[in-house]
Design a protein around this ligand. Structure first.
Ligand SMILES: [Zn+2]
Length: 442
């Protein structure tokens, strides 16, 4: 495999031991910085009785406390505009992004010049891993403004030398025109949008997305592109290879991304971010081995503005492997959903994306679109789990379909479900992130 298959060959193919040593040293420096500059962490460390000398090796990180999104929100409310966790001078902040979260009030993330440069390198490496090359013309059909993967994607795609086409969201007509006139080869968007846009093109332009010539779909911002049946449909609709990326608004836009082997997202943050997988219930660190599932936790290794230590992402992931035919040594994972979306049916954890996967596997009898109906606030749901799914117009035996899907949900997820079949096109489509849960209460 030629050296041009990697953007940063040395680090992307480094041995785990080398990466661990590098991270160990960098984390020491980052802690020096936190002890010197971050009021937020000075207080946290003092409360936990931890001094700088308590950190000597990477393993010692486990003694340090987690950081939660709630703490960051509170810190920003008490100490606006960027919070007590800002560790750089406000004059050195060159850009802010934000995540909206569930409360609707934005939570700001600042970047110094050095932070922005680091984001660009890491995001570029992630896109390159997904197969982005200099020759590509990339339609950016995702958020462009405050969204962390907006301007950062522009910087990263330009860094690789490809052509960035800033379309944004809610502009399908413009996106289609740009694809045709610029002979686009790639698109960056949410999987929900890729599905929506393919249907839109069929309906509004009487064209098939697969005839437009796109070769690569770079998806992210929600699980979906990694769900086998959903991916299969996107690839069929677009005639393009679908790969996905995973990042975090408070850490970096894209930290994990999938190579063309499509066997899970590689960790790409070697020298920038330390990633841990923990048991979400007791907080214990889990080994980085195939088959391990847990919550993803990030620690910054060279952040100036908002360095975070053991930040709990609420992303639930499963490690798929620690090696790959592409030669990258970054471990691979798949994100099954966020803790916030998780439902518990008689003690069994159920992610809406898993239900969508099952229903989608019945295509072409179903369209793959689903909604889970909650009649009471979650996460606990009394069985059966109420699922609405669309049947395709060509499907004639609805009672049989209903029974088969319900059986497969029971067999795969070990929860009872009751399926309500509705005609194709009944459920809402989303141009941003999909909403798989519908609340029937207030
Ligand atoms: Zn690979």
């Amino acid at each position: 495999m030629g050296s041009n298959e990697y953007l940063d060959k040395e680090i992307e193919t480094a041995s785990p031991k080398y990466v661990q040593r590098l991270q160990e040293a960098k984390l020491g420096k980052q802690l020096d910085y936190l002890y010197a500059r971050s009021v937020f962490y000075q207080e946290k460390f003092q409360a936990a009785g931890l001094q700088r000398k308590h950190y000597r090796r990477v393993r010692d990180l486990e003694r340090f406390p987690f950081t939660t999104k709630e703490e960051l929100r509170e810190s920003q409310a008490i100490c606006p505009p960027l919070g007590k966790h800002i560790a750089a001078k406000i004059d050195d902040v060159i850009r802010v992004h934000s995540s909206t979260g569930t409360t609707g009030k934005p939570s700001f993330v600042g970047l110094t010049r050095r932070d922005a440069k680091m984001w660009t390198k890491l995001t570029a490496r992630s896109f390159y891993t997904q197969g982005l090359r200099k020759q590509d013309v990339v339609i950016h059909a995702a958020g462009l403004t405050l969204f962390v993967a907006g301007l950062s994607s522009k910087d990263a795609i330009e860094h690789v030398g490809a052509m960035f086409v800033p379309i944004g969201t809610g502009a399908s007509e413009k996106a289609l025109m740009a694809i045709q006139l610029l002979k686009a080869t790639a698109m960056h968007c949410t999987p929900s949008y890729a599905a929506y846009f393919a249907e839109w093109i069929r309906r509004e332009a009487q064209l098939e997305a697969r005839d437009l010539g796109l070769k690569k779909l770079f998806c992210g911002a929600e699980p979906g592109a990694g769900i086998p049946a959903v991916r299969a449909k996107l690839q069929e609709d677009w005639g393009a290879r679908v790969t996905e990326g995973l990042g975090n608004a408070d850490m970096a836009p894209i930290i994990f991304s999938e190579c063309p082997h499509q066997s899970g997202m590689h960790f790409n943050g070697q020298e920038y971010v330390l990633a841990e997988i923990i048991d979400p219930d007791n907080g214990e660190s889990l080994p980085i081995e195939a088959g391990v599932s847990g919550e993803l936790v990030y620690t910054s290794l060279e952040r100036e503005c908002v360095p975070l230590l053991r930040f709990r992402t609420r992303d639930r992931v499963t490690i798929l492997g620690t090696s790959c035919p592409c030669g990258r040594t970054g471990f691979k994972l798949r994100c099954v959903g966020r803790t916030d979306d998780m439902l518990i049916v008689l003690g069994v954890n159920v992610f809406p994306s898993a239900v969508k996967d099952i229903v989608s596997s019945f295509r072409p009898r179903t369209t793959g679109e689903i909604q889970i109906i909650l009649t009471e606030p979650g996460p606990r749901v009394a069985p059966p789990l109420k699922v609405v799914a669309e049947y395709a117009n060509s499907c004639s035996d609805l009672p049989a379909l209903k029974q088969e899907v319900e059986r497969k949900i029971k067999a795969t997820l070990t929860v009872a479900a009751s399926l309500d079949l509705v005609p194709a096109g009944t459920l809402p489509r989303y141009e941003m992130k999909g909403q798989l849960i519908k609340k029937h209460y207030e």
